[in-house]
Design a protein around this ligand. Structure first.
Ligand code: UDP
Length: 317
């Protein structure tokens, strides 16, 4: 297959590229590098079936005939989408429409990386796809939440009106190697703080929960969903739920760090709990995560160690 991957230099996009290349596909990876990192794709330089283009998908473009479009492009960590609010809204609207047009033109399949953020601060627990969510439409996180909700509506409209073979993955918190060490997410913050011997920053009292999926499990779910006949959203995430305090303890154990915890203000509209109901993915795709948090942190340790060491070397120069 000839496949377009947007957001190719991002955390998930780059892992997806590796997986698809491993299966023999030919890829065009695009990214405007606003939050993606070229080093995530450095190992693919010169690969005969991989071509990278630096471009913003908000300007329409034609990659030539493609069989599939994976739309992974968007800022995704809270500090980054707060910094890039308008860009986040545009990539989730104009960018999504542009990539749907490509799928429509070439009769390609289409998968959009949506998010558990569609559920907002959920009043139902765990969250099943049938839950419509509790989202503040004008709060600070609205630039991300509403972009992603608009994108889902746009994807469904192209499916219903134009017959595009679309898929919607509602992705819950995912971590692993290549999660940007300074993008402000909880696992990257805690790992870097623990490895540097700094205090772990707990926002609020740490009783809020998240459910953390290791990247390889998530990519497997994405690939299975892309080949399925399901057009409505499907949750992909690990249903093991942790308080942020328990997550901090797991990071201290994985790193062997003696770092202390420090409690700071909880960001506005920070969801109190998140846990996917993955019955639909289990039933439709035969998919479920295999890697638990402690094992996944071990698998991520080398990556974060090398980043912490590189940072320390730069500081001492
Ligand atoms: N969090 C924290 N300390 C940090 C970073 C995040 O306590 O250094 C908390 C944050 O308030 C949230 C959870 O960890 O409740 C997950 O945050 P993240 O930014 O990783 O993703 P979110 O699920 O909020 O999009």
């Amino acid at each position: 297959m000839r496949v377009l991957v947007t957001g190719a230099a991002g955390f998930l996009g780059s892992h997806l590229c590796d997986r698809l290349l491993g299966e023999g596909d030919t890829l065009i990876g695009v990214d405007n590098l606003s939050t993606g990192a070229p080093e995530n794709l450095a190992h693919l330089a010169g690969h005969p079936r991989f071509q990278f283009e630096e471009r913003n998908i908000c300007a329409s473009f034609d990659p030539g005939p493609v069989d599939y479009v994976f739309n992974m492009a968007s800022p995704a960590s809270p500090p980054e989408y707060l910094r890039l609010g308008i860009e986040t809204l545009r990539v989730g609207s104009v960018g999504v429409e542009n990539t749907l047009e490509i799928a429509c033109r070439y009769g390609a399949g289409y998968l959009h990386a949506s998010t558990s953020e569609c559920y907002g601060d959920p009043l139902e627990h765990p969250q099943a796809e049938s839950y419509w969510g509790n989202v503040n439409p004008v709060g600070p996180r609205s630039v991300y939440d509403e972009a992603k909700r608009f994108a889902e509506a746009m994807v469904m409209a192209y499916h219903r009106s134009r017959g595009v073979n679309t898929h919607l993955a509602r992705i819950f918190n995912t971590y692993g190697p290549r999660l940007h060490p300074s993008d402000g997410r909880v696992i990257s913050n805690f790992m870097m703080q623990a490895l540097r011997g700094e205090q772990l920053t707990i926002y609020g009292d740490g009783s809020q929960t998240r459910s953390f999926c290791f990247v390889d499990d998530l990519i497997q779910g994405i690939v299975l969903l892309s080949r399925s006949d399901e057009h409505l959203p499907v949750n992909l995430g690990n249903p093991e739920e942790y308080t942020i305090l328990a997550c901090a303890q797991a990071v201290l154990d994985a790193t062997g760090s003696k770092s202390e915890l420090i409690f700071v203000d909880l960001p506005e509209d920070d969801p109190m709990r998140r846990r996917p109901d993955i019955t639909k993915a289990r039933t439709l795709l035969g998919w479920e995560p295999r890697v638990g948090l402690r094992e996944g942190l071990q698998k991520s340790l080398e990556f974060f160690r090398s980043k912490a060491a590189a940072g320390a070397a730069a500081e001492s120069r």
